[in-house]
Design a protein around this ligand. Structure first.
Ligand code: BTN
Length: 262
């Protein structure tokens, strides 16, 4: 995208995973700003070791290589800025305002998932001499653009859970227009990661877009689970959960929106 750091865009008809590809490129010293976009992934990766699947040519499957100089406990902001740029772009291109389920699932007005973000880092990789800033983080986003639509054969675990921009608007969406818009929106947000004031601004935008606030949640950490009400997103981008007994700060982990009575 001209005028941004995202000018090196590598397009694939089919690849195993755009995240895997960019992590390997990062290991080989690729600079910040390389983008990989695929029509189809044969081994798309989701969060928590899940897979991410979509029929060829239907959805936006894209990863960006970032090298932000972030404090260790704020590395989550690298994926937040991609989620926020996608919210901006969907609003600009499609006119639908998505919400962010903390940490960075994008939900439609019907509460169904439209997109997911997966950040992957290899902390053993040293900062690149050709890139700027610190160790690489690959942030991938899969946006359900034109799939699923009503009547599609959905895997059982996605029925009633996933939706698409096509389904929300009633018409097909041009994926390349959406990608350009995301990269344009991402540029100033990535710039913000370099300063304390910028990071506070991005965390504020995450708070404003976060539909988890005010809801009952179950937090699933590696060694513990607890429930409470999500009350805030801090200026570092962390989620505050009030359990009744304590205010817990969640830096990373899976958050399940608990339905009332559920
Ligand atoms: C999630 O589980 O919600 C995150 C899904 C992330 C999927 C995207 S598609 C492009 C990029 N490449 C991958 O292998 N995964 C991410």
């Amino acid at each position: 995208m001209p005028g941004t750091r995202f000018t090196n865009i590598r397009r694939f008809d089919s690849i195993d995973s755009t995240n895997r590809y960019l992590l390997d490129e990062a290991r080989a010293g690729a600079p910040e700003g390389v983008v990989a976009v695929a029509d189809h992934q044969s081994a798309g990766r989701g969060r928590l070791g899940r897979t991410w699947e979509a029929p060829p040519g239907s959805n936006l499957l894209v990863s960006v290589l970032l090298r932000p100089d972030l404090p260790g406990d704020q590395r989550h902001l690298a994926s937040a800025v991609v989620a926020l740029a996608a919210v901006d772009a969907v609003n600009a291109v499609v006119g639908t305002r998505l919400g962010i389920k903390w940490p960075n699932d994008l939900l439609g007005p019907n509460g169904r998932k439209v997109a997911g973000v997966l950040a992957e880092a290899d902390l053993a990789v040293p900062p690149s001499s050709t890139g700027t800033g610190g160790s690489p983080i690959v942030v991938g986003i899969g946006i359900n653009v034109n799939w699923p639509v009503k009547g599609a054969d959905l895997p059982e675990d996605l029925v009633g859970v996933a939706t698409s921009l096509h389904e929300l608007t009633g018409h097909p969406i041009d994926r390349s227009v959406l990608l350009d818009s995301i990269l344009e929106a991402l540029e100033p947000r990535v710039c913000d990661l370099a300063t304390a004031a910028g990071r506070i601004r991005q965390a504020g935008d995450l708070r404003a877009a976060c539909t988890t606030l005010g809801t009952r949640v179950r937090v699933e950490l590696a060694d513990e689970r607890f429930e409470g009400t999500a009350t805030d997103v801090t200026s570092e981008g962390h989620l505050i959960v009030d359990t009744g007994a304590a205010r817990r700060t969640v830096i990373a982990g899976d958050v399940v929106h608990v339905r009332p009575g559920g």
